[in-house]
Each structure stands twice: as C-alpha cells, then as structure tokens.
Design a protein around this ligand. Structure first.
Ligand SMILES: *[C@@H]1O[C@H](CO)[C@@H](O)[C@H](O)[C@H]1NC(C)=O
Ligand SMILES: *[C@@H]1O[C@H](CO)[C@@H](O)[C@H](O)[C@H]1NC(C)=O
Ligand SMILES: *[C@@H]1O[C@H](CO)[C@@H](O)[C@H](O)[C@H]1NC(C)=O
Length: 247
C-alpha cells in the first residue's frame, strides 16, 4: 500500500513537471468554435436548396388527388406535409451543425497525426505571457504538436482538409437516418390528416422514391461543393484569430 502511494506520488510529480503541451478542454472547444461558426453558415444554402427541391419534387408520380379523395383535399394535405418537411429539414440542419464542435475537435485532437504533445523539441517559439500568440508564431511553429500556433501553421495543409472531409462524411453517414426522418414525417403527417390503410402506404412509398432521389443529389452536391472554390477561405482570418487566442 505504501509502495503504491509512493509510485502514485512520483507519477503525479512527474506528470505535473512534464513539458507535454496540450490544448485543454476549453481550448479545444475554442479552437473548434471558429470552424463551427463558419460551417454552420456555409451549409445553409445547401440545405435550403435541398428543401426547395424536395418540396418541388416530392409528389412526382404521386397521385395525390386519388389518395386524398379530391383536389382540394390533396392541396390541403400538400400544405401540411410541406410544412412538416420544412421543419424536419431545419431541425436536422440544426442538429447536424450542433455536432460540428465535437466533430472538429476530434478532427484536430484525436485524428492522427493529432495536435498534441511537446512543442519545445526542437525549440521554435516561446509562449508569451499574454495572449493572443504573435501571428509570427504561426509561421515558426512548423511541426505538429499541442499548441495553437502549430494548428495555425498547418491550417491549410492539414487542418482544414480534415475538417471539411469529416463534415462531408458525417452527412453521408447520416443520410439513411435523414431519409427515415423525412419518410416518417410524411407518414405521420398524412396519418394525422385522415389518410390511412393502403392509401397511406402508397403515399409513403411513392414519396419515398422522390425523397431518395433528392437526398442523393443533395449529398452529391454537398460532397462536391462544400468548401470548394474558395468558399471557405473567407473564414480563415477569423479562424486563425480564434485559434491564436488560446493558450
Ligand atoms: C448529433 O449528436 C447527437 C449526440 O451524439 C446525436 O444523438 C444526434 O443524432 C446527432 N445529430 C445529427 C443530426 O448529427
Ligand atoms: C525563449 O526563452 C528563452 C528562455 O527564457 C530565452 O533564452 C530565449 O532567448 C527566448 N527565445 C526567443 C526567440 O524569444
Ligand atoms: C407508417 O407509420 C406506421 C405507424 O407508425 C408504421 O406502422 C408504418 O410501417 C409506417 N409506414 C412506412 C411506409 O414507413
């Protein structure tokens, strides 16, 4: 027992003396926040185009008049479904961007090579007592380690490409869930508005094809165009400033 305590004490002392530099929890959140803000803005037009396209094409090859019973009932159903779809898409968008902070922190601090570890060997910069870091530290800190200037140095070559790729993959990964959310929305809304039995089944399965087509083209569009053509470089300065403001 004594031995155990001694070992523990030695480890604790060693740990407190070790020069390992790591951006701690609040720093990681802070570093990620610049990206999260930028990407939350940047995904908006993609989702809004998707929402418009889906509503425009949701009833393609769907005989809504015979399902609903009359043209006026069909129009009524369309309105409530469209509204429910719009809210479902905006909720998904909100949840999706709500997870950016964690996703980006993982991209920087967990994914290999991770921005962790000693930044003093070899020596490049001294940490000043006051923040933010000097902008020149961003240039000098030219290897991957645990301080903000290192993240800044590798912003274009390593950090941004990872974050962008991971956001794209996250959307792809969630597309099956998203499809379910949308078809369930149609199902529930139509059912609450008096459509049932085989008519409901037919409505949901016919609309589902259109959901799948639009979702597929949304994901493709997002994968090819998100943060392409210099769309995201406009955020670089703000992101760098945020990064260099952390110890
Ligand atoms: C966001 O993350 C939470 C918690 O990990 C998860 O339950 C939710 O499904 C995610 N939502 C989206 C749209 O990414
Ligand atoms: C860094 O700090 C050390 C020790 O305090 C000092 O000797 C050295 O001149 C400093 N280097 C720079 C580039 O500021
Ligand atoms: C529609 O919802 C009902 C009740 O929740 C469920 O039993 C049915 O499987 C759903 N239909 C489709 C096509 O998702």
């Amino acid at each position: 027992m004594k031995y155990f305590v001694l070992v523990f004490a030695i480890l604790a002392i060693l740990f407190s003396l070790s020069p390992i530099e790591a951006c701690e929890s609040s720093c990681r959140k802070g570093v990620a926040s610049g990206f999260a803000t930028a990407y939350t803005k940047e995904i908006k037009p993609f989702f809004s185009t998707f929402s418009d396209n889906l509503i425009k094409n949701l009833y393609k090859n769907v005989d809504l008049k015979s399902i609903a019973g009359s043209t006026s009932k069909a129009n009524g159903i369309k309105t409530v479904i469209n509204n429910a779809i719009k809210s479902a898409i905006s909720k998904f968008q909100k949840d999706f961007s709500g997870n950016f902070s964690k996703l980006i922190q993982d991209s920087i601090f967990v994914q290999e090579p991770k921005f962790k570890g000693d930044c003093s060997k070899p020596f490049r910069i001294n940490q000043t007592k006051t923040l933010p870091w000097d902008p020149s530290s961003c240039e000098k800190m030219d290897y991957i380690c645990g301080n903000p200037p290192s993240i800044c140095h590798f912003l274009n070559s390593e950090v941004k490409p990872r974050c962008v790729e991971n956001v794209k993959n996250d959307l792809k990964r969630k597309s099956t869930d998203f499809e379910k959310i949308l078809t369930n929305t149609i199902n529930d809304t139509a059912r609450k508005n008096g459509i049932g039995g085989n008519k409901l089944k037919k409505l949901v399965s016919d609309c589902k094809k259109n959901v799948q087509t639009q979702l597929k083209s949304f994901i493709n569009d997002f994968s090819t165009k998100f943060c392409k053509n210099n769309n995201c470089e406009q955020y670089d300065e703000a992101i760098k400033k945020e990064i260099l403001s952390w110890p």
